[in-house]
Design a protein around this ligand. Sequence first.
Ligand code: G4P
Length: 530
Amino acid sequence: MKLENEIKKRRTFGIISHPDAGKTTLTEKLLLFGGAIQQAGTVKRSKPGKTATSDFMEIEKQRGISVATSVMGFEYKGKKINILDTPGHKDFAEDTYRTLTAVDSVILVVDCVKGVEEQTEKLMAVCRLRHIPVIIFVNKMDREGKDPFDLLDELEKKLNISTRPLTWPIGIGHTFKGVYHLQAKGLKLYEPVKKGVSENLIAVQDLDDKMLERTLGNNAAQQLRDDVSLLEGLYEPFDLSLYRSGYLAPVFYGSAINNFGIRELLDTFIDIAPPPLERSANERTIKPDEPQFTGFIFKIHANLDPKHRDRIAFCRICSGQFQRNTFYYHTRLQKKLKFASPTSFMADSKSVVDESWPGDVVGLYDAGNFKIGDTLTEGEDLQFLGIPRFSPEIFRLLENTDPMKSKQLDKGINQLIDEGVAQLFFQELGNRKIVGTVGELQFEVIKFRLLHEYGASCAFRSVEYTKASWISSSDPVKLQNFLQQQSRRIAFDKDGNPVFLSSSAWDITYALEKHPDIRLHDNSEWQRQR
Ligand code: G4P
């Protein structure tokens, strides 16, 4: 019974956005409204986007800081909410993709002026792949943004998801007067307050009420009536099951910096967002209410101090109860490990926890036992699925520049790959190691860390590849033929799966034309796509 209650209480989600849309501000305001922090400014900004590429130490520092803010738990109206932070900088997009494997739902922040941006599209593609329920928060309504109907259209088209506004803005920018709550049928008037929290919802029984003119003015009142009648014609009532299965995104409007629109978002969120969901392993599906503990590692944070090579591995609990100082089975290494100081993270503090429940994330101090994707159980041999890898965007050949230190280089690069800093592809032809990342920055980070933490030095040489595609075929003989004939373009990922390295879209088209029995996939999780 206790397990069931703890599961029902929990809501574990991630906030995602294109940088600068207001993710950090919204996170902070959710914590503020949830009473987890007393004042704004507690959540550290992960804003290396504004620094020069070469300023990667700053980014590493930020990464260090963000350990504390990687997971933020708080209680709100009887629910335990876990927010999983995702890095805003595009060079750390892989980190975000992995974090999305550990959440049950997502809040997507969109800037009403800029609309759907590049990162928004990429992140939503991952959400769709995993059928993650998404709520959209249209932010910065105090700015002169896009027409709300046009923006809904853009969201649907570019993000490939149906939308359903649950609040509706009255004006925008300098004419922004507040929002109308389409379900509660109430007005929330906008007052730009950075500290206080505006709470008054004015109930509106009838939109023809003249009170609307008195409160909003003639034009805004009429516009609201017209908009609402259009919306009622356009949209079906909100369908929870479509949202829960990832096909319909409810939309809210507000201004995070001005504390506006947050309460409606949070209250609806705890009502509709799913509690911890079941998760698939290679062997079977694991339900959260199974009594035996299971969990998986989705993120690893290195210690910035090179003298202490310990790391924090973040474990998402999938079923049962996790207890401190209890032996658990590390299924890849087939060995038992126990954790003396599992850590939970609150808004601005962390503490050792004695027990945790499905949906929670615990930080486990680790001296090198964990790789991303590792599974912990009470003894059952399981391997959770679903840590997708996407094609890197930049590829470089790794060269050892100090032959005396090749062991250190091997160890270092493998550990950094385990942490998920980059992807490594091994090419049999020429015995080459190719490192793939989503940003230039990672190469500098890798070089720096290899030198400072492992005493190894390396150089990166340009290669012509721009994309890695995972290969499959229903015919093993044809697959072998393809691997042989294309050997110049074939490499193996860290799990030994073959990938096709291409330099242009034409390479892929040409290869597929010549080998019609071969399929090329954009990510390592293609087997699971529905
Ligand atoms: P991010 O994490 O998604 O990258 O965005 P972040 O919250 O850091 O917000 C990006 C910028 O947008 C910040 O301004 C922030 O103050 C501003 N912002 C957030 N919400 C709103 C809003 O509702 N309205 C308006 N007008 N601005 C908003 P900055 O100048 O980059 O940083 P700061 O100096 O304010 O910290």
